[in-house]
Each structure stands twice: as structure tokens, then as C-alpha cells.
Design a protein around this ligand. Structure first.
Ligand code: NDP
Length: 246
């Protein structure tokens, strides 16, 4: 076991699958106490049971990041249970791709609510705790889609550009004792595309992922790297994509 994160308290949103799950498992193996939040409690409980079986320490909390009181309760419960919050990973996200002309306005709103407002609720809950402690680290999961726009990706890209803007503003405002990292993955094999309802958009993304996608463990490794630096080192952004991705 790599113990470089021994005793760090790390709360992760969207930890029931994909990148959040891989990150929780890796950080727990490295000695961190992980708090996993998502809506699917059955999935979270199974992951926590695995972590505990391997000797790690983890807690599952039901969380819908669209509900600001639930995000606040997620942070409050973490602090009550463990006494502090060292790292908050704003990872929960949805990618509901479709052309603008299809006017899937409900899906636009859901992406804005989860991917942008959810991240802001996380910052609102975590920042006061970290300021009081005089230390902390917020990690926001953006995307390569936060760097470039493609047809069908417009609203999703808008949310991920926003995550990068919010993260940079957070870095400047939070002060030198609080670190800020943007994680920008390319194509990663997870459940993310399974929620797309537009047939052609889903086919296009599945084709893209079939051509080149990396595992969620690669993104977990990047998050581990950012967290495990000495406190004076702030890794501001890591872009990780398959070698074959444009
Ligand atoms: P998954 O679909 O596997 O995971 C998404 C996670 O977000 C799940 O745990 C899900 O849990 C959670 N989630 C969704 N909605 C909510 C909500 N309202 N409240 C709380 N949790 C929620 O996909 P990924 O692991 O790929 O996605 C993680 C992040 O990585 C996202 O922000 C995504 O945009 C980003 N990303 C992914 C890429 C990829 O290619 N996979 C590329 C670039 C960025 P539950 O449903 O149980 O609530």
C-alpha cells in the first residue's frame, strides 16, 4: 500500500461509478479516509464494503448535487465524522449530447444544474471549512470539452468551460493556503455516454470511445498526483487523454 495520503480526509461527489469510484478506491488504498457521495446508495455501499475489506476507511452518503442543502449536509457530515476536510473533489457530472436545434431544454438545465451549480454548491460548502482550517484543496473535474467545442457538445462544453473559469477564479480568490486543481480528461471508459438520449449523438460518441478511450484509473492517478504534492505546490490543471485522441 502506498501511504502518501495517510489520514487525509477526501470527499468525492459522483463516487458511485467511473472516475469518482476509481478515485475513491485509489485514494483509500493510499491511506486517505474517503467520503463518497452520489444518488445510488446501493453502488456506494458496495464500494465502501470493498474498501473496508481491503483495510481502508470510507463512508457513503446519499447526495444529489442539484440540492444545495444536500451538498452542505455532505460537507457537514464529513467534518462531524472526521474533524476536517482536506480535499473536496467536485466530480459529479452528466453529458447529455444533442444538437441545439433539438431544443432538449430539460437536458440543458440538468447539465447546468449538475455540472455548474453542483460545483458551485460544493465550493460554497467546502470553502468556509478550508478557510477556517487554513488549508484545503478543491479539485474540479472539467474535460477536454472545457477546452474545445464540437457540434452536439455545445451545452456540455459550456458547462465544462464554466468549470474551468470557476476553478481559476477560485484559485485567485481562495488564497495561498488553499489549492485548486482542474482535471480535464479526454475520452474515458465510464457510464457517462449511456445517458445520452439522442441516437446519432450517442452513436458518434460510442464510435469515438471505441476508437480511443482510457480507463478511469488513469484519471484517478492524476488526482492522486495533484493531492500528493507538498503543500506549497499547486497543480492547477492536468489534461489527460488517450494518445490516439485528437
Ligand atoms: P459516470 O457516469 O460513470 O459517473 C458520473 C457520476 O456522477 C456518478 O457517480 C453519478 O452518480 C454522479 N451523478 C450524476 N448526477 C448526479 C447528481 N445529481 N448528484 C450526485 N451525483 C450525480 O461518468 P464519469 O465517471 O465519466 O464522470 C465523472 C466526471 O468526469 C463528470 O464530471 C464528467 O463530465 C467528467 N468527464 C468524463 C469524461 C469521460 O470520457 N468519461 C471525459 C471528461 C470529463 P449517481 O447516478 O449515483 O448519482
Amino acid at each position: 500500500m502506498n501511504n502518501s495520503l495517510q489520514g487525509k480526509i477526501v470527499a468525492i461527489t459522483g463516487a458511485s461509478s467511473g472516475i469518482g469510484e476509481a478515485t475513491a478506491r485509489l485514494l483509500a488504498r493510499s491511506g486517505a479516509f474517503v467520503v463518497l457521495g452520489a444518488r445510488r446508495m446501493d453502488r456506494l455501499s458496495a464500494i465502501v464494503a470493498d474498501i473496508e475489506r481491503e483495510g481502508g476507511k470510507a463512508l457513503a452518503l446519499e447526495l444529489d448535487v442539484q440540492r444545495k442543502e444536500q451538498v452542505q449536509a455532505f460537507v457537514d457530515r464529513t467534518v462531524t465524522q472526521f474533524g476536517r476536510l482536506d480535499v473536496f473533489v467536485n466530480n459529479a457530472g452528466v453529458m447529455l449530447l444533442a444538437p441545439l436545434a433539438d431544443r432538449k431544454i430539460d437536458q440543458w438545465e440538468r447539465m447546468i444544474d449538475v455540472n455548474i451549480k453542483g460545483v458551485l454548491y460544493g465550493i460554497a460548502a467546502a470553502l468556509p471549512v478550508m478557510q477556517k482550517q487554513g488549508s484545503g484543496h478543491v479539485i474540479n473535474v472539467s474535460s477536454v470539452a472545457g477546452h474545445k467545442v464540437g457540434p452536439g457538445f455545445t451545452v456540455y462544453c459550456g458547462t465544462k468551460f464554466a468549470v474551468r473559469a470557476i476553478s481559476e477564479g477560485f484559485r485567485q480568490e481562495a488564497g495561498p493556503a488553499i489549492r485548486s486543481t482542474i482535471i480535464s480528461p479526454g475520452a474515458v471508459t465510464t457510464e457517462l455516454p449511456t445517458h445520452i438520449s439522442d441516437g446519432p449523438a450517442k452513436d458518434a460518441v460510442n464510435g469515438m470511445y471505441a476508437a480511443a478511450a482510457i480507463s478511469a484509473d488513469a484519471i484517478a492517478n492524476a488526482i492522486h498526483y495533484a493531492i500528493s504534492q507538498t503543500p506549497d505546490v499547486d497543480v492547477n490543471e492536468i489534461i489527460i487523454r488517450p494518445t490516439a485522441q485528437e
